[in-house]
Design a protein around this ligand. Sequence first.
Ligand SMILES: *Cc1c(COP(=O)(O)O)cnc(C)c1O
Length: 369
Amino acid sequence: MKFIDLAKQSDRIRNKVDRRIREVLQHGRYIMGPEVRELEAQLTAYVGVKHCVSCSSGTDALLMSLLAWGIGPGDAVFTSPFTFIATAEVISLVGGTPVFVDIDLTTYNLDPALLDATIQRVVDEGQLRAAAVIPVDLFGLPADYGSIEPIAEKHQLLVLEDGAQSFGGAINGKKACSFGHAGATSFFPAKPLGCFGNGGALFTDDDELADRLVSIRVHGKGENKYDNVRVGINGRLDTIQAAILIEKLAIFPEGIILRDKVAARYTELLNGKVVTPTVPDGLSSSWAQYSVLAESAEHRDELRNRLKAEDIPTAVYYSKPLHLQPVFAHLGCKPGDFPEAELASQRIFSLPMHPYLMDDDVERIAGCF
Ligand SMILES: *Cc1c(COP(=O)(O)O)cnc(C)c1O
């Protein structure tokens, strides 16, 4: 059994993807070819925002937004300690300071009540300017934007949605990556909408921000790429990846429905055995991961070993919260600072999840608990 079976999906659309790739090889416009625009138009419609700027990865999508907003030294950017390193890494890359805010253990996402208190503390201390917040839609479940957005507005913070895992999720029908001032996603192969390499995209309703992102994507170009008006990066999405994504997007909505069915079945079978994921009313997850909470670190090891013995792969996202990572030692955090994130990191693990996971497999996996 595979943790994420990418081959099954590829088989379904192999001919279409092959034809798309051949077309790119024929026209030869490997960089910013027509498929890039075509994909951006489709992604814009899917997410329901004014602009989509495709780019080279989810990490670059986050980085480009911070560059566009001029976040830098002296700026505090609030985020979760329970996420992939890229979320906080980009803050340091632009010279800003990550300020962690603990998660709500029921959703594994940023706790809005703690966010408000932490922003106020930073404001009162007066050392850093409270500049932005990067809520993360962990495992595919959108963060609580209904609470986060008014708090950010009160403190005049920019909101960057890290939707690397949540593309396809929604809150009351409003799609993930449409929240905050900008939303970033990733097309890394294992993400809900994955390409055959690296890729990402940014979404925003802000015309001026979209223009700046287009410039930053190509070395801060002005009138053309040899007219350079700001510091940017080489942040383009390859035409071939765009061509592949066009075909994968066509079957993506169906994939989300199938993932939701797999998740519902898991929850039905695992209820009472481990803590299953909570999806608050009105929210839908893209189920980048189906993650459960064991009773203890030992219980997690025991369950994972039992599954492994049956050739069922599992994974731990994330075994070390970011505030305890060596790279952020200079921030001076210590064990106990973010108890919910620490508890999650000790007890969480993820089960195989993809749209084509068979009911028999789900039953076999649940049977090991
Ligand atoms: C995967 C991921 C990223 C980075 O995306 P890449 O395309 O791998 O650069 C950022 N944030 C989160 C939460 C992710 O899961």
